[in-house]
Design a protein around this ligand. Structure first.
Ligand code: KIV
Ligand code: ZN
Length: 505
């Protein structure tokens, strides 16, 4: 494959490595939405899914292949013929299809995952690549757990799969084990010792278990790799994958490295980050590099003073270069549908899919409680499944009243509407949320265990919206629920009911 020697290919796996995280699952139409944004961002490759893993994943690869025109669409497989057949079928509409196949390369994986030998694994790797090459020209091979693999064996495997037709060779640090100089040396060794390495692009795929994913990816690129795999916001298995926005901004900031990704429209990072966070229900930590809400906040007196004298004293990136909103937008209870529509479009929502009247109704309720509605509030409003997505049989919250005080036992009275009938219950608990959940339980008769309960303030300020995420376990399955409100007890009740409604649907 011919390419500019300094060009770095960006391979996005938000919809595969990112989406396989529990709670991050998306519908096909949500995946298409994000894939179109990734196309606008300018990524070179979109890993659309793992087609053999489920009919839903298969269908998503089919639909993404139809919807996306410019980037390569990639489908993941294990080194199995059945996986490859499924990937080939799912990529039938892709303008530029790629199959990503591979197998474990470390002795740990060879012995304890495959109960096999180095020789047998090498054969399986080569035959998977040869088989895939019979259908698709562009074949990427991954040597899973390459970070812990013996370097001589890894080099032998890489040489063999390139000879079998691999166009890209992915060297994943699957467990986020390596130090940057170790990972960089690994890539350099392959570059210098694999005879046919010039016939393929080396790809870096790092995980963040020790917080080194971005540093390792950069070390790999500096040592000769020319494709980097990552996700928006760094979401992914366990501690996550490399953050694409971090790598791109590092290369842009350090022009001296002389590696470029010129075609990436970095101004789209902020909105895409928020979209991924909202749709995947995965909050962005405030101090996250590039896209965290504090990434450009200067709070200490010394910093503010220096910043005001010259912003470069404390800013190495311009917030506008990553699309960071410079001033919060002003939408109030007096704003009309038109203003709301304008801002939703600006944030990337497809208005044909939005019931504007219904959203406007919820917007006004929120604006009555909160003077100004900003981007974060709008994302929360649009991500609130509790009400917008209800159907006839859903349980709806009618009223919630809580009593608590210095010497009073917290007590909640809840009225729910179930199949057009109102039911009320009162319960006490060790706090207002506990009392509310117990009151709901006594009406529904369901007592799931609460496995996770996260409350997140969206912006700051005592009039802020809280976003609550709960994971309930009921009849052997997990159900996640999300709720938003300026009242954390109400937001918790919404999240709880959202999960219960998923169980009942
Ligand atoms: O981390 C990893 O090794 C992977 C491979 C499947 C590419 O995600
Ligand atoms: Zn991975």
């Amino acid at each position: 494959m011919l390419h500019n020697p300094n060009h770095i290919y960006i391979f996005d796996t938000t919809l595969r490595d990112g989406e396989q995280v529990p709670g991050c699952q998306l519908t096909t139409s949500e995946k298409i939405d994000i894939a179109k944004e990734l196309e606008l961002l300018g990524v070179d490759v979109i890993e659309a899914g793992f087609p053999i893993s489920s009919p839903g994943d298969f269908q998503s690869v089919v639909e993404l292949s139809k919807a996306v025109k410019t980037p390569i669409i990639c489908a993941l497989t294990r080194a199995h013929k059945g996986d490859i057949d499924s990937a080939v079928a799912s990529l039938q509409y892709a303008k530029r299809p790629r199959i990503h196949t591979g197998i474990g390369a470390s002795d740990m994986h060879i012995k304890y995952k495959f109960n096999s030998t180095r020789e047998e694994i090498l054969e399986r790797a080569v035959s998977a690549v040869k088989y895939a090459k019979g259908f698709v020209e562009d074949i990427e091979f991954y040597a899973e757990d390459a970070g812990r693999a013996d370097i001589e064996y890894l080099a032998k495997m890489i040489e063999a799969v390139i000879a079998a037709g691999a166009t890209v060779v992915n060297i994943p640090d699957t467990n986020g084990y390596c130090l940057p100089d170790q990972y960089g040396s690994k890539i350099r060794f392959l570059k210098e010792n694999v005879k046919n390495i010039d016939q393929a692009i080396i790809s870096v795929h790092c995980h963040n278990d020790l917080g080194l994913a971005t540093a390792n990816s950069i070390a790999g690129l500096q040592s000769g790799a020319r494709q980097i795999e990552g996700t928006i916001n760094g979401i992914g298995e366990r501690a996550g994958n490399t953050s694409i926005e971090e790598v791109v901004m590092i290369l842009k900031t350090h022009q001296g490295i002389n590696l470029n990704t010129n075609h990436i429209n970095t101004k789209l990072f902020y909105n895409l980050s928020r979209k991924v966070s909202t749709e995947m229900h995965m909050p962005v930590q405030p101090n996250k590099a590039i896209v965290g809400s504090n990434a450009f906040a200067h709070s200490s007196g010394i910093h503010q003073d220096g910043f005001l004298k010259m912003r470069e004293n404390y800013e190495i990136i311009k917030p506008e270069d990553v699309g960071f909103p410079s001033a919060s937008i002003v939408l109030t209870a007096r704003s009309g549908r038109h203003a709301l529509k304008h801002h939703l479009e600006r944030l990337g929502y497809v208005m044909e899919k939005v019931n504007l009247d219904e959203v406007y109704h919820r917007f006004l309720n929120l604006a009555d409680q909160k003077k100004e509605i900003n981007d974060q509030d709008l994302f929360a409003l649009m991500g609130d499944g509790t009400e917008a997505n209800y159907n006839e049989s859903s349980i709806k919250m009618k009223t919630l009243n809580v009593i608590m005080g210095e010497n009073a036992i917290p007590e909640a009275t809840v009225t729910l509407e179930i199949s057009n009938e109102e039911k009320q219950a009162t319960a006490t608990g060790n706090g207002p949320v506990d009392a509310t959940i117990k009151a709901i339980e006594s009406i529904t008769g369901k007592k799931p265990s609460l496995k996770e309960f996260n409350i997140q303030a969206m912006n700051g300020g005592s009039d802020d919206i809280s976003r609550v995420n709960m994971l309930l376990f009921l009849d052997g399955k997990n159900y996640d629920g999300y709720g938003f409100s300026t009242d954390i007890v109400r937001a918790s009740a919404n999240a709880y009911l959202d999960a219960v409604n998923k169980f009942l649907s």
